[in-house]
Design a protein around this ligand. Sequence first.
Ligand code: SAM
Length: 252
Amino acid sequence: MHPRPSAAPLQRAWGIRRKAGGRIYLIMKIEILTLFPEMCEAVLGESIVGRARKQGLVQLRARNIRDYTPDKHRRVDDAPFGGGYGMVMQCQPIADCFRALCEEWGERPRLVYLSPQGKTLTQAKAKELAGLPSLALLCGHYEGVDERVIEALVDEEISIGDYVLTGGELPALVLCDCITRLLPGVLAADAAFANESHYDGLLEYPQYTRPAVWEGREVPEVLLNGNHALQEKWRREQMEERTRRKRPEMLS
Ligand code: SAM
C-alpha cells in the first residue's frame, strides 16, 4: 500500500461533535473512493452541500484510488479475463484505498458501490443512510470493478436509475446531495424536507411566488387569503391529487 498523509486527529474520532443552535450533532463522514476526485470536489464545494461542508455539518471528501496502486504508471485497470470490450478496475488499489480509510477513521464505514446493477436509490434509502455515522462510496469506471472486490468488501450496491453512465462519480454525488440535505442543521428548518416529494410517499403540492398574476395565470386564491388552516388542507389535497395523476404507482 502506498503511504498517504496521516489524518488529522479530529478525523480519527468516531464522529466529530458539533454544537449548532444549542444542539449537539454527530457529524456524518462520507468519503468518495474515485479515480476523479477533482470532479467530485467541483460539485461538493457548491450550493447547499458546499455550505454544509464549510459550516462543518458534514465531512465530505474524495479519495483517489490511484494513490493506492504500486504500478509505476499509476494504472488501476486491466483487460477482462475471457476477453471482451474495455477494461476492468483491479481489486488491490480499491481494497487498499478502503482499508486505509478504515484505518484512518478507526472504524469500518458501510461501503456502497454505485452500480447500475444495484437497487434503485429512493428517499427512504437516503434517510436510512443519513442515520449512519459514516459511509464510503465506491465509484467504478470503464467496464466496472473486478467482482471479487465487490464480494469481499462491498456491503450494498445502489443504482440511480436503469441506465448506464461512464462512471460512478455522478451517482455518488447524487447520493451525497440527497443525504446531506437530510442532516440536522443543513436546511434552514430541520423539517424543511418533510413536505417534499417522496418524504412520506406523496409528491409535493404546487409552489408559487410573486407576482400573483403572470401572463394572465393567477396563483390559487387560497394561498393569498392568509387562512393557514385552509392552506394546509389545500396543500394536502394537492399532494394526493397530483400523486394520483402523475405517479399513480406510488399509491398502489
Ligand atoms: N459494465 C457495467 C454493467 O453493465 O453493469 C457498467 C459499467 S459503467 C460503464 C461504469 C461505472 O459507472 C460502474 O462501475 C458504476 O460505478 C457507474 N454507473 C454507471 N451507471 C450507473 C447507475 N445507473 N447507477 C450507479 N452507478 C452507475
